[in-house]
Design a protein around this ligand. Sequence first.
Ligand code: PMV
Length: 316
Amino acid sequence: MPAISATAPGKVILFGEHAVVYGQPAIAAPVAQVRARAVIMAEPRFPAGSLRIQAPDIGVETWFADLPEDDPLGVAIKQVLAKIGIEDPPALTVRVTSSIPVAAGLGSGAAVSIAVIRALAGFLGRRLRDEEVCSLAFEVEKIHHGTPSGIDNTVIAYARPVYFKRKQDGNLIEMFPVASPFTLAIGDTGVRAPTLNTVGDVRAAWLADPERVGSFFEQIGALVRSARQAIESGAIESLGSLMNKNHALLAELDVSSIELERLVAAARQAGALGAKLSGGGRGGNMIALVSAETVEPVCQALRAAGASNTIVTTIQ
Ligand code: PMV
């Protein structure tokens, strides 16, 4: 049987992180420049039912049966087997590689899950629909994030910009037109900050002062709605100030950091139309809205201000 592979992109949250956990809308877009990849290979020499896991980037080589109950890769595999109704899979190797930095707000966990889900389902003869992939990956996200909104697995499963709203009776997922493509410079602080921690801290702050923190969520929601209108109508220049306002509210939620502030300030000084942290915060990546003229100076300024990496991506 030939090897089957699948890849999944990274993602950035353009607007609305954290507030999205509390029912406000958010906008996210795929980042094709970084990807997770899963390859499934038949292993006719292994005893039936042996599943080997290889993740060379993180030095993992083990058997599925030896993975802890709550291992994200193990849960992704179990989800696929249950979905397809296979109890005794053929012996195989699942090999995972990824160029998406871990715990950096670029969706590495969801991208790895989605690549594995698609590749394994394909190997077992099933082509899953995007919404099926999305909901299986959501089960894995719960391990990474505790109370995930579902936006990461959604934008990566559909691999298109999405307007997302968490709802009890089925999330609102809308694909919307991008009237004029726009470019982002993404700067990595190099600081790894698990989303589970920042999401937990925001929850504690909200429980302690629901009125004040709830009002930040509502203000963020209003910015997201304006941002969608701006993107749909091609009013790109107004997106920059919306990004700056969203960043200020995230700083109020205490999910920024010295390193993020440094990169955001450097990008703005170098001519970005706006900049904000992206994802869980306290580290990870920030995004800056740039033009053809400012893209290079902004990337240089980000590196000079300590960015460990920069990525340029166009949202379209
Ligand atoms: O995976 P990250 O770091 O991009 O964070 C996801 C965005 C949050 O809103 C902070 C959490 C969530 O589940 O939506």
